[in-house]
Design a protein. Sequence first.
Length: 645
Amino acid sequence: MGRMGKIAAHMVLAFMAMLLAQTLASGALPFTAPGLILAALFAVSALAVELLFQVERSPWRFFAASDGLRLARSALLSVLTFALVARLADVRQPGGLRTLAVAFLLQTALLAGLRIVRRAVHERALVDALTRLRPAPASPALPRLLIVGSANEAEAFLRAPAALGERYAPVGVLTPEARETGDELGGVCILGVIDDFDPVMAQLRDGGLQPSAVLFLTDGPLSAFGAERLGRLKTEGVRLLRRQGLVDMAGGSALREISLEELLSRAPVRLDPQPVRALVAGKRVLVTGAGGSIGSELARQIAASGPAQLTLLDAAEANLFHIDRELGEAWPRLPRHAVLCDVRDSARLDQVFAAEKPELVFHAAALKHVTLVENHPCEGVRTNVLGSRNVALAAKACGAAHLALISTDKAVAPASVMGATKRVAEAVVRQFAKGSDGSGSGTRVSVVRFGNVLGSAGSVVPIFQHQIARGGPVTLTDAEVERYFMTIPEAVQLVLRAVALSAGDREPPTGVLTLEMGEPVRIIDLARRMIELQGLVPGRDIEIKITGLRPGEKLTEALVDINETARPKAEGITEAAPVVPLPPIPPAALAALEAAALAGDEAAVRERLFALVEGLRIVSPAPATAGRTPAGEIRDKLATARTQA
């Protein structure tokens, strides 16, 4: 209902209220000329008050209807109880039903009024509400805040007493609906629609109300603003804020600064957290690589879901110390244990698993930097392949119900050593957790494969940030290189959801779970957006320099290989199932790879590693025509890919 409609409705109610009051006072119907004139005069008086106090600007749909209805129910039951008792006791009350109706209305009004006054006193708003004729001006002592989002979200945010604390003074709201312009939400005016952001900012600036921060309540407006505009805001010193998520709220703050990764990413997938809570709650959980970017976020989201115990395992002392301390501050009552251990050390790993007895194991420990692993293939095999085998055997030995391996899109048609080690690791954890015979007994295994994660170790984002900060140039290998991207929290949320789905299936998954990552992003476009987010112009303020592809690097990545078929699993999740059942890795082949890695024979490691990958990418068990086998064809494709890289 528009403003004029609300004013008209308020006048009608005032008119009716005066007629009712005359009826109750005189006992006669007031439908005479003097009575109607008196009611009309009262309605005009109400109109003057409406225009002065602008009561109609507070949207009706945000009135706390549930509380009012409960009070009305209580008053009605009181009246009915009184009427029943009076009738049984043969007590006559003057006025009959008229008295009961007035008593019901007065009791409802008094009950509601008492609570309104109590809340106003609690929020220190009583005097202000009684004396203020206009919306409250922004406090000059507090940073000013402009809120962007739907009216429902803005009203709920402003209504929460602890939402703003003493840190911000809201100066206005921008919503998607033009019809809401001019309304008030808790005394804060809706200044316009989101598309009017620049004119509204100019008006506030001209009026001396320049916002110090902009709060985005939804992801849609944020993604529609564009890197250039957001960069201009940051250059002007305007903070970009959003509300804390479930995991972040443990820190106690309602608002947080929007990270660069969130500004670069697409709108994230929103999933129901209940399946993850059901998976983790009350379980003993162990996370390897818990100090890394993915492992630490896994630990945070698992801690928020209420496990019986959380074991953090990492070989990096500093990383392990920081995540353990963070979890201790956020969830002080959570039973947890930080273990300094390298997944390469099978004996030590067996001791830890036997002592901790985890029911769920998330294996995130890995060497992930493509160039470094390409230059140190033996180290890549020892951590990614042999370390994964050690974790799978330890999980099976301690009776763990579920093991989840974090894999990568670089395992698809791998042209790098890192990708090849992760592809072999996918097969190794399945094989050794189930048993060498490939039976379904033992620990259930889920493999989750996804692409690049903004802000993770080895991401281009911190590299580009450093290059922009020093004035450029920003370097990238090829103008046509493109990658899939998502933020760390979103990736981990999807990982946990995928594992929860897998755990709930009657049969263990036969394929690899892949995460929906949207459309691939060109790295050069990412670099340009990062430059614009700093308020700079690509090519003028910061140079972009092409250096050429590095060994093991591909122009594009994929999540499904040639011998896999994709089938939807759930929202945001797809299963890449093998076309034919994959044969187990021969123990002799894995032993030869291990011997070469331990001996430091890089040439032998590369040869044996990619030979294993060929066997894992077989399309058909039957030999191909003309004497060519699928494995031979794949060998040629791999050689071509590595040559092009």
